[in-house]
Design a protein around this ligand. Structure first.
Ligand code: ADP
Ligand code: ZN
Length: 213
């Protein structure tokens, strides 16, 4: 399957993407994970992205399109992909449309995961992420077996730099201003499936139904 997962930070895009990869070998492509990897590795890309990320602002469209153009040509995309955290602006959505047309590819549809703001805030402040494999935990609802250690890979599980209260509030504002308009964009393209659900299983069920599976 080839899907875009839209939704505010903390809506569950990453969790849903990981569950979907188990269904048919589609890969999760998270621009946030790619950027965090680049920052951790200290690459040129990481250096360019770091300050914006830390403040909860968006990285430039050019930088993101450069990454995605290469990523979508990789072999593992043949079985399908779940775009998690991309596109994030109207220019990115337009550039993606052109890129896919050039590649002769079509998406199945765009899933808009719609979760109330109070749930989002609660989730983001209690969320923890594995530095190595990107696995997501929650200190209240889904803690690691051993504190600070990833169940999946043994990596270090931490609170992200951009998950301070100030950065979270900025990320939600940026989302409302720059990314929320994408729902209209894809609605007009006839590609939007909005799911109002706080459980990832309910989101998965709605996606399966739409895919006819
Ligand atoms: P979230 O949990 O907010 O969805 P992500 O892991 O997707 O977070 O992204 C973390 C940060 O990486 C964003 O706040 C932003 O700075 C940067 N980023 C990720 N994807 C994009 C994108 N498509 N366009 C611009 N910036 C991005
Ligand atoms: Zn891990």
């Amino acid at each position: 399957m080839k899907l875009i997962l839209l939704g505010a930070p903390g809506a569950g895009k990453g969790t849903v993407a990981k569950l979907l990869t188990k269904m048919d070998g589609s890969v999760q492509i998270s621009t946030g994970d790619i950027l965090r990897g680049a920052v951790a590795a200290g690459t040129e890309l990481g250096k360019q992205a770091e300050a914006a990320m830390k403040a909860g602002d968006l990285v430039s469209d050019d930088l993101i399109m450069g990454i995605m153009k290469d990523r979508l040509q990789e072999d593992d995309c043949k079985n399908g992909y779940l775009l998690d955290g991309f596109p994030r602006t109207i220019p990115q959505a337009e550039a993606l449309k052109k890129l896919l047309a050039d590649m002769g590819e079509e998406l199945d549809f765009v899933v808009n995961i719609d979760v109330p703001r109070d749930v989002i805030l609660d989730r983001l402040t209690t969320r923890r992420t594995c530095e190595d494999c990107g696995a997501i935990y929650n200190v209240k609802s889904n803690p690691t077996k051993v504190e600070g250690v990833c169940d999946a890979c043994g990596g270090k599980v931490v609170q992200r730099d951009d998950e301070t209260e100030e950065a979270i509030s900025n990320r939600l504002d940026v989302y409302n201003e720059k990314t929320a308009p994408l729902a209209d964009f894809y609605e007009k393209e006839g590609m939007l499936l909005t799911v109002s659900a706080t459980s990832s299983d309910a989101v998965i069920d709605a996606i399966k139904e739409k895919l006819g599976k």
